[in-house]
Write a protein that binds this ligand. Structure first.
Ligand SMILES: C[S@@+](CC[C@H](N)C(=O)[O-])C[C@H]1O[C@@H](n2cnc3c(N)ncnc32)[C@H](O)[C@@H]1O
Length: 279
């Protein structure tokens, strides 16, 4: 596919000021942002010093969009005279976010193209999330930093690992799990090359998860349980030898039941799946 056909690339090329972006980003921008074109949205970009991307987004979204820029460098204030709202502060400073949220209110899209450290990215998501509207997005760019040694990657506390943890929180919404810890605002997370997207929707996230029944004819077909490894399967030869000795059999079942609950057992059971984890 030629990136030249994307709306975002055309807007990028029209910007009068310098911006440097990777070629693979333009289809991502179109995929994520086209539904918002021409609408009265509030779009916030973190990292705007050169100004090129501010003009790009105004061209892309149209005049109805409120385009807000954030940068650490006070020189970015120069873009105010071009009609953009500019805030100076650090994305890793929760006090800055408090001030910013009070000033700006609710937001449709945040695009983080700031400093790309794990701390900056994580603090940004944590602080801006309450102000993102339902159906809004938090888009974190250049997430390849999670794999780069100069940013401290790979690490169990990288930004991508943080995003995977949000996926855990989404799955903890499942009805059978304790409701002590589950994600209440992020409906889904999208992983793309160099991007993580948090799709915000509190209403959908709040849907109670419980079994339902369509009251159709029940053929009583056993569902089985492909994930259960039975005692007989695990210890067949031993069982053949002792199957007539009832007491021994029940004692063995008891021991096996205890073993199968241990972490070591669960780890060993899934070792054969290791080969499917390619990266
Ligand atoms: C990659 S550039 C942004 C490029 C711009 N988005 C574009 O496409 O033309 C990164 C910007 O992030 C800003 N920045 C770095 N650390 C920051 C922080 N902690 N808070 C806010 N902005 C930061 C830098 O001053 C710089 O302007």
């Amino acid at each position: 596919m030629s990136i030249e056909i994307t709306k975002s690339y055309r807007a990028y090329k029209k910007s009068p000021y310098k911006s440097i972006k990777h070629s693979s980003y333009f289809p991502v921008y179109d995929h994520l942002f086209c539904p918002y074109i021409g609408k009265e949205i509030t779009f916030v970009e973190i990292g705007i010093l050169g100004g090129g991307s501010l003009f790009m987004w105004r061209e892309f979204f149209g005049e109805s969009a409120r385009i807000i820029g954030i940068d650490l460098n006070p020189e970015a204030k120069r873009w105010e005279k071009e009609g953009f709202e500019i805030y100076i502060g650090s994305q890793s400073d929760p006090h800055f976010w408090e001030y910013f949220k009070n000033e700006v209110g609710n937001i449709d899209i945040v695009l983080d193209d700031g400093g790309h450290t794990f701390e900056q990215q994580i603090i940004t998501v944590e602080n801006i999330l309450p102000n993102i509207k339902d159906t809004g997005l938090i888009v974190v760019e250049d997430t390849h930093s999670s794999y780069m040694s100069e940013f401290g990657g790979p690490s169990s506390h990288s930004f991508v690992e943080y995003a995977k943890n949000i996926v855990d929180g989404i799955n903890f919404r499942f009805g059978q799990f304790s409701k002590k810890r589950h994600e209440k605002s992020v409906y889904s997370v999208t992983f793309l090359e160099s991007f993580v997207v948090f799709n915000i929707n509190r209403e959908l996230s709040a849907i109670e998860s419980h079994p339902t029944n369509n009251e159709g004819i029940d053929l009583n077909i056993s569902h089985g349980n492909a994930g259960t490894v039975t005692l007989q399967k695990k210890l067949p030869s031993l069982f053949k030898q002792i199957k007539k000795v009832r007491i021994l059999k029940s004692a063995l079942a008891n021991i096996y039941g205890k073993i199968s609950k241990t972490t070591i057992y669960k780890y060993a059971k899934n070792l054969n799946l290791r080969k499917y984890f390619k990266y």
